[in-house]
Write a protein that binds this ligand. Structure first.
Ligand code: CIR
Length: 255
């Protein structure tokens, strides 16, 4: 959770065509841009140098830059997003990764992995299998993360949930924030788990960035719980991203 840099991509106006499990209306590109700008300011305020890539209209979901890549110790792993409309985001992002990271490694099989299914601690990579991430992708990733000194643990993203990190986030070296359902699944062995308040499950897609925990607006009980546990909580509006199933973690690669 200690980062000096972040890589973001501006939301495309085509974000109105972004994937979503259930339709509550299209995001408004102007409002999305404002939310995204506030998010970038917050990353900068937390001490990150933020590199902002131009919007990529060809990929409606490309603002969710966490899904096509994983960065570990300054090395980028180019992933293979499991939604057909998103697979090409990886190749589109690759040049920026070459420019910004120490090294770039590609998966070698046809397996699928979405970055949203990956939660990293200092030495562990927890990967949730999901509709976007399959066993072949997991095994492909395993050799790469092991070569970088991490262990890979393959878990299950809860059914009907888009990504493992839709329901969890790292709060510090020993602690995760998770929904009661995911906390109860036994996924977080060896870690302390703080649970989101009942009815506030969407608060679990938070991010710890240096001294602060970024939390989406609208989850007062979880905010109070985190505050009481000693975290410095920074509330950000993610209402537009939420319309296309996005949240705080998906909008940056932090390293
Ligand atoms: C998608 O369905 O792929 C996008 N509409 C949302 C991706 C959110 N990404 C994330 O949670 N890591």
């Amino acid at each position: 959770f200690e980062f000096t840099h972040a890589l973001c991509r501006l939301p495309a106006t085509s974000v109105t065509d972004g994937l979503r499990a259930s339709d509550h209306g299209d995001p408004d590109p102007v409002a999305f841009a404002a939310e995204h700008a506030a998010y970038i300011s917050a990353l900068r305020g937390a001490g990150c140098v933020v590199n902002v890539l131009p919007a990529d209209e060809a990929f409606p979901d490309s603002v969710f830059i966490e899904d096509p890549a994983l960065v570990l110790t300054g090395t980028a792993i180019v992933l293979r997003p499991g939604a057909a409309s998103r697979l090409g985001e990886a190749a589109a992002l690759r040049p920026a990764l070459l420019e910004n990271m120490n090294d770039v490694i590609d998966l070698t099989t046809d397996g699928y992995v979405d970055g949203g299914d990956i939660l990293c601690t200092d030495d562990r990579v927890l990967l949730g299998l999901s509709a976007r991430t399959n066993g072949q992708g997991a095994e492909d990733l395993r050799s790469i993360v092991e070569s970088l000194g991490y262990t890979l643990e393959v878990l299950q993203t809860p059914p009907e949930i888009l990504h493992f990190k839709t329901e969890s986030s790292l709060l510090d070296r020993q602690t995760v924030l998770a929904t009661p359902a995911l906390a109860g699944s036994g996924a977080f062995k060896g870690l302390k788990v703080l649970e989101t308040a009942i009815g506030e499950e969407a608060a679990a897609n938070a991010i710890r960035v240096n001294a602060h925990v970024f939390l989406s607006a609208g989850y007062p009980k979880t905010a109070e719980m985190l505050d009481g546990a000693g975290y410095s909580v920074r509330i950000l509006n993610t209402s537009q991203a939420a319309l296309v199933d996005g949240g705080l973690s998906c909008m940056s690669l932090r390293y």
